[in-house]
Design a protein around this ligand. Structure first.
Ligand SMILES: [Zn+2]
Length: 642
């Protein structure tokens, strides 16, 4: 227990230390004195002006207190620091506003109308994508169409990305950044909730599988149980998601010691830290709300189940920042941090639980602020996704449940939960919630905004390009032009920043999916058994951008074209190859969409079209190959943008 100490800071000094001055408390007089409870010294105008800083920002750190409305913040402050005290992180952001959080109804008479009481899935979709949707939706719109998320967009723009939660990483808030499903409970491949989103149903897969596909540089939280499940379809069918993660190059960590040993988090080796099977245990032990409140005031106790200090939300936030911040890179990072159980404990009418989780989040905010103040190029935003039940009341009525608490400053605080019957889950509420910010672009949270504005505030501050196809428009492919039948050889693609996966296609048949690592892919192909020409294509899964290369499988020692009849029609000289390359160059964005299909893309444009062309090209080709110029032969490249 500690009171905020006195520090007299004049307005002149406030200009010099900018935002800090905003939070400097007034002289520490007794709250019973005139002005004794005031939190400011003198005129605040210069300090507010100094806190307003235009973008761009290099980094964005977004911290979400799930269900952390003003009521939850005030309860935690009162209990821990006193009514006149301050939460060291949450209360120290200089610019503050409020935002509306409503979601939308889907189906029935109310379709498309506001749902005044949202859930974390719809609200998460709103701040993560800028699109309002229905309760339960994970980054899909009212018609179930996937919406690009701020994390996916940041990654496509070359930023490093992180996603941290005290909940299962499949829970709504972390999920909205990395997955697109209709039903928020579609956690793993064995979930019955996935429906048409399941891989075996032709969907994008469960939330856990989509997290692996989205491949943030760093994911930390709970939820290992879902990763024990086995994929039912796709490339990793029959393997658990943990086995899949290892196969795809993830660094899987299970405890604080393993996390401390991690020295880098990047696309080559992303960090997947899953520290509990389900949600994290809470900081404070559970309190039991009783009808009419307690006769004797209670105090909150530390929970013996709490994870070690190195896995507190504050510690995880510091670890994430340290791993994502790279001053040698021209790009910054996007990091989301969620204090998840403020909401969950609220549902359970557990006031001590929610207080502890709010303090936990506050420590994470303080860690983010400390970094941002030193860094000077980081936008920090702290908000809630929706408001919740708990209310500070004069007394807890007999017809509802609550607690009488003795706060650290020795005063009595009654908290009631009145939105559901005792024993059932307390409800979310529909009030607007606070949003506060620090750093470049922070002024955008001031006043009243909507939750969807937050997506645009972050996107604009980071100056992100949102057109994935444009980010993959300069794609190219690199493969040998001549191999032997049955040879295994390497195919490389680059310029694929707009895609997270690329399909490797040989002669129109999809072989497998490759993860895009820093806009590049590498895959191996085995040449067909028969000699002849074949086409290797890389097709962006997210953008449908295609790049192809024709490869000739030639039996060693032969000095003639293959006998295969298809190939007999194909020869062309180096001149033709050059020409077709120009015809299909990636710069030509006016390429008709019809040519973008697999068959058209592979065959269109590049081959001789008339009999005379075929004959002359064939003659040139035979001479050319005989002269040992095979490496130049058929070196034609295509990139077709859909
Ligand atoms: Zn909730």
């Amino acid at each position: 227990m500690h009171k905020t100490h006195a520090s007299r800071v004049g307005v002149a000094a406030a200009c010099a230390i900018a935002a800090m001055a905003l939070v400097a408390p007034a002289a520490q007089a007794a709250v019973t004195d005139h002005g004794g409870a005031a939190l400011r010294d003198g005129d605040h105008t210069a300090a507010v002006e100094a806190a307003i800083e235009a973008g761009p920002a290099r980094n964005v750190i977004l911290l979400i207190g799930d269900g952390m409305g003003d009521s939850e913040i005030t309860i935690a402050r009162n209990y821990e620091h006193g009514a006149g005290g301050r939460l060291e992180g949450i209360d120290n952001l200089p610019l503050r506003g409020a935002y509306t959080t409503y979601s939308l109804h889907r189906g029935g008479d109310q379709h498309g109308k506001p749902n005044y009481v949202p859930d974390s899935a719809a609200t998460g979709t709103a701040w993560a994508t800028g699109t309002k949707t229905f309760n339960g939706a994970i980054s899909v719109d009212l018609d179930s169409r996937p919406q690009d998320t701020i994390l996916e967009i940041a990654k496509a723009n070359g930023l490093r990305t992180g996603n941290v939660s005290t909940a299962e990483v499949q829970d709504a808030t972390p999920a909205v950044l990395a997955a697109h499903v209709d039903a928020r409970s579609c956690y793993g491949p064995e979930s019955s909730a996935c429906g048409s989103d399941a891989l075996e149903a032709g969907g994008l897969g469960s939330i856990s599988e989509q997290i692996l596909n989205t491949r943030p540089d760093l994911v930390l939280g709970g939820g290992s149980a879902s990763f024990e499940q086995t994929a039912r379809a796709g490339q990793w069918e029959g393997m658990t998601l943990f086995e899949q993660a290892e196969d795809r190059g993830y660094q899987v960590v299970r405890d604080g010691e393993e996390l401390a040993a991690v020295t880098k988090a990047n696309q080559e080796a992303p960090v997947l830290g899953l520290f509990t099977p389900g949600n994290f245990p809470t900081r404070f032990a559970e309190s039991i709300a009783v009808p009419g409140g307690d006769d004797t005031p209670i105090t909150c106790q530390q929970s013996p189940d709490r994870l070690s200090e190195d896995l507190s939300l504050g510690a995880l936030t510091s670890a994430a920042i340290e791993l994502l911040d790279d001053s040698s890179s021209e790009n910054g990072f996007f990091l989301q941090v969620e204090g998840a159980s403020i909401d969950k404990r609220n549902h359970s009418a557990d006031v001590c639980g929610q207080i502890g989780e709010t303090i936990d989040l506050d420590e994470a905010v303080a860690a983010a602020l400390e970094f941002a103040k030193a860094d000077g190029e980081t936008l920090v935003i702290v908000t809630a996704d929706h408001s919740h039940t708990s209310q500070i009341v004069g007394s807890v009525p007999q017809h509802t449940i609550g607690n009488k608490l003795l706060t650290n400053e020795g005063a009595i605080m009654n908290v009631a939960y009145g939105t559901s019957a005792a024993g059932s889950s307390q409800q979310h509420t529909g009030a607007q919630v606070p949003i506060a910010a620090y750093g470049p672009g922070a002024a955008n949270v001031v006043g009243l905004s909507d939750q969807t504005d937050t997506f645009f505030t972050m996107r604009n501050a980071l100056g992100l390009e949102t057109d994935f196809a444009a980010l993959s428009a300069a794609a190219s492919i690199d493969a040998p032009t001549q191999v032997k039948p049955q040879d295994e050889f390497e195919v490389k693609g680059s310029g694929l920043a707009g895609d997270r996966q690329v399909e490797l296609v040989v002669n129109g048949v999809s072989e497998r999916v490759l993860d895009v690592i820093d806009a590049k892919v590498v895959g191996s192909v085995v040449a067909p058994d028969e000699a002849g020409e074949f086409t290797v294509t890389l097709r962006g899964v997210q953008t449908s951008v295609e790049v192809s290369e024709d490869v000739l499988a030639l039996v060693e020692g032969t000095d003639q074209t293959p006998e295969d009849s298809e190939d007999a029609e194909e020869p062309e000289g180096p001149g033709d190859g050059q020409g077709s390359g120009d015809d299909d160059s990636v710069e030509d964005s006016k390429q008709p969409a019809e040519e973008a299909g697999v068959g058209g893309g592979v065959n269109a444009g590049a081959l001789p079209r008339t009999g005379a062309e075929i004959i002359s090209a064939g003659v040139i080709a035979v001479l050319f190959i005989a002269a040992g110029g095979g490496l130049y032969y058929l070196n034609r490249r295509k990139a077709v943008k859909n």
